[in-house]
Design a protein around this ligand. Structure first.
Ligand SMILES: Nc1ncnc2c1ncn2[C@@H]1O[C@H](COP(=O)(O)OP(=O)(O)OP(=O)(O)O)[C@@H](O)[C@H]1O
Length: 266
């Protein structure tokens, strides 16, 4: 198993979409992210970890919704601390929260357009950007349907459309495949690969198979810290038939977590 070493701190931060050192983030009073080191560049990164590992809390901090409680965080070359102006980061960020609020009477087009406006996109380019985002998630036929009439899977896709409408350089997707049927999940994997060619995409999911199929890199967290980082192929090579899971990737995931915990979680 590849050990996680301390991140290099001497290189320029601008090549990195995400650079965290000893990051701490609170969820309520609890430090749900507690001493996390992570460096990510262009590509599709799958964020895995057991329930309560801190994935959603980490995503919220990377989306600048939660402020770090300690450590250092740099997004797209911009330090994120109490003093920084976060608008330049937010303009180039896309975020699908685990649970997102929406106005039920908005149509898909209105909702995605409204989010584009919030991201301060130039007004003249918004209609075309909305159409492109809606097309990319396969919702063109529902573009003028009200959100309250959509199925759970369609709503999720509307959520993905708002996240990608501004062609984000950093895209954060928290459980994007919840509610998608098998065919839509395959389409979504294609979209992910496409998005990851020139952006940094971080996808939190419990579906290890989605990660194995669509990600260039796997980030495994437990108890608010980075446990392991590597390619899906190397992840799959970690397990054997003695480990829990239906596929090599799932067994690799189980093997890494088991070993990490056997070593005392550090
Ligand atoms: N508002 C809160 N107040 C107190 N503790 C919280 C709060 N939100 C989350 N937690 C705790 O923080 C830890 C991390 O939660 P988080 O939702 O980030 O984990 P997760 O990896 O996304 O979990 P899951 O896979 O179940 O979605 C958990 O122990 C959770 O109980």
């Amino acid at each position: 198993m590849r050990a996680v070493s301390a991140v290099e701190t001497t290189a320029t931060t601008h090549a990195w979409a995400i650079h965290a050192e000893g990051l701490q983030v609170r969820a309520g009073r609890h430090l749900a992210v507690n001493g996390l080191d992570l460096t990510l560049t262009t590509g599709v990164h799958g964020l895995l970890g057991p329930n309560g590992a801190g994935k959603t809390t980490l995503m919220r901090a990377l989306a600048t919704v939660l402020a770090p409680a300690g450590g250092r965080l740099t997004l797209l070359g911009h330090p994120v601390d109490g003093r920084a102006d976060l608008r330049p980061v937010r303009r180039t960020l896309g975020y699908l929260p685990q649970h997102f609020g929406y106005y039920p009477r908005f149509t898909v087009r209105e909702f995605v357009g409204y989010m584009a406006w919030l991201k301060e996109m130039p007004k003249a380019g918004i209609p075309a950007a909305v159409q492109r985002a809606v097309d990319r998630v396969g919702l063109a036929a529902k573009a003028d349907a009200r959100l309250k009439t959509l199925s759970g899977g369609m709503l999720r896709r509307a959520g993905i459309a708002q996240a990608i409408v501004n062609d984000p350089r950093l895209l954060l997707l928290d459980e994007p495949t919840v509610g998608l049927d098998p065919e839509q999940r395959l389409d979504f994997r294609e979209l992910l690969r496409d998005l990851g060619t020139d952006s940094c995409v971080l996808v939190s999911t419990h579906l290890v198979e989605d990660v194995a199929a669509a990600c260039t890199d796997v980030v495994l967290v437990d108890e608010g810290r980075l446990v392991w980082q590597g390619s899906p192929e190397v992840l799959a090579a970690q397990g054997d038939q003695g480990h829990a899971g239906d596929s090599p990737a799932e067994r690799g995931y189980s093997a890494i977590l088991r070993q990490h915990r056997a070593e005392g979680g550090r």
